[in-house]
Ligand binder design. Sequence first.
Ligand code: BGC
Length: 736
Amino acid sequence: MNGNKHEKTELLTGKDFWNTASFDGVKSIRFSDGPSGLRAQEGKGDHLGLNGSAPATCFPAHSALAQSWNRQLCFEVGFAIGNEAKRANVDILLAPDLNIKRSPLCGRNFEYFSEDAYLNGFTGASFARGVQSAGVCACLKHYAANNKERGRMVCDSVVDERTLREIYLTAFEIAVKEANPAAVMTAYNKLNGTYCSENNLLLNDILRGEWGFDGITVSDWGGTSNRAKSCKAGLDIEMPACKLSYAEVVAALKEGTLDESAIEACTQRIKKIANSERAAQDICVRENLVKKCAEECAVLLKNDGTLPLKNSNIVIVGEYAAKPLIQGGGSSKVNPKAAKNLKDILPYKFAYGYKGGKAKRGLEKKALKLCKTADTVIYCMGAVGDFEGADRKDLRMPENQVRLLEKIVKLNKRVVVVLFGGCAVDTSWDKDINALLYAGLSGQDCAAAIADILQGKVNPSGKLAETFPQDLNDLPSTQNFNGNPYYTLYREGMRVGYLSGVKAKYAFGFGLSYTQFRYSDLKADESGASFTIENIGNVYGGEVAQLYIEYPEAANAPAPFLKGFEKVFLNAGESKRVEIKFDNYSFRSYDAKNKKWVRVAGEYKIYIGAASDDFKLNASITLDGVNGVPAPETQNLKPAEYKLNRNKKGRVIVDLNTPLCEVKNAKGTFGRLFAKAALHFVKNKPTVYGSMEYLPLRTMAQFGKMKLKTIEGLILIFNGSYFKGLAKFFKKGKRG
Ligand code: BGC
């Protein structure tokens, strides 16, 4: 391309899987995942965690980290991962992940902080500030409304603007304004009919225009549809090395649908970030940070006094005691430096009881025999489905694990369950157990942390960052989660998670401690609220005090929103005055009709609670209105039309945007066989299958695997034009 007048396009797309080109005075940028530790690949690159990566510290997944409700800890984790990235010469770390957990069914929820925008935004902002303090750029992802995995590259998230602003964009807004990240990654999906990577409203109007973002935007890997359109909409870099871009950009320039000035704007922004010097700050990371995190991430959901364990005859059962679940699967997968297990740390006799997903009678028998010798059984269970590329069908735990638990319970022993996993699960099996500790996916040192909690050396202080529903079907998002793969109507509007008013099994914000706290003396005015917390138990412990605000009726807002939180640690008998200031997010509602934020006049009820369903104190303040009253969310959501091209016989006419699974109905027999074979081949690898099922054919060029003419040749063949297709397939040419 050198010597060509469009040589700047070189900068608009990756040079290879992880790097951009160095060109005309602009330095190359090196990217790496990710959210729970560095996934730096020296060898073959991939975006699903399939190939190896250099050993790195595996920190808790975002879902677990959020359960600490500790901003300082999130900062430190960001800083520590940033440090490892700096040492590996990574310029941009692809984290934090800020999508809202719209439904517990989303397979990638473990990578996200919370169902709540405020918690999500502030924990994410702290993480991003941490990364950037290490002299590495943070990249917020996936912007925006990327809330399910199935069909993620073709699906249109149809969201009314009020919901979009108040729920799905707020976390990004908070993180942009609080942390000033250098990069934002666009999501794979469409938003209201337009790919996020081509979405002028998201990129130019809101991100840059309204929030003042001055960094670069980068596509998700293979997540562009047309490079010219995305360039025009303000997408600076497309990743990885895409072989379609040049042709698309040149064609658009020729047609006059793209102006050179758009390319220039992207180039200038890339140059600014690529050439900036970023010094690491001198910050001391505490020793044992990963273990410390895991201690604060674990949530005690149930306890009749069995925990902490007393001196008694204890045994430990379950595969996950030998191999704890420390992380989820996909692009966030870290090659952990070390991971210990619970059975080797705790001095108790151990039996597997189960291995994998099938009941094994021999293992069960041995475990039950061991349990009979004990008076307390620690039973480790692990959820399934925490990976990128696919969603869950339900929240049930594997049947073999539940069956064995039922058998253990029948032995009339005290039973403590340690639950691993990155997402709310059905816990209807917990009625006859004595204690339940939710360990989440909390990184390589989680076993040591869990052991200390079980033994009472550490007092648990985590609180849920998402609702565990009594029944999945009670959540309004469930009805609108998995219908047509090509679009999702966000009909529940703002009623996501606890905001839906759902009766929870374990509520958002809930978590027990080995001590108790008393709340008293709330004072609230226009600037904030203050109150006293006292540790009235016998041991040192941490409490997360939560501030919720109920809006005046005219605001048409759902049940009280979380608008502040503070974690405090207190010795037995100690008390502390806690102050939570109101901020720009406390009293605002979005008026989609007039396109502005408003403050509704009236009485705002302030609640201080230990969970979203456990308010301890309340007060109210009355505020004047600003800008009027917002309309409720619109119920009239319509997807943009998505039509597959078909011939008269109903066969699909394949083009670059046709997803692989639809090629199964192509006109040409070869195409049908090709798609069936490709999907059959990966059917037992859910991450790969999920990612491939709705993969548009264009991505074969986007991942740098094929030249454009090769794919065009294939498409002709898929459509039954064998000779023309073969001629194109084998034609020689320099550029795609
Ligand atoms: C994921 C991103 C990730 C990228 C690179 C994509 O599949 O959605 O979160 O950063 O791959 O690995």
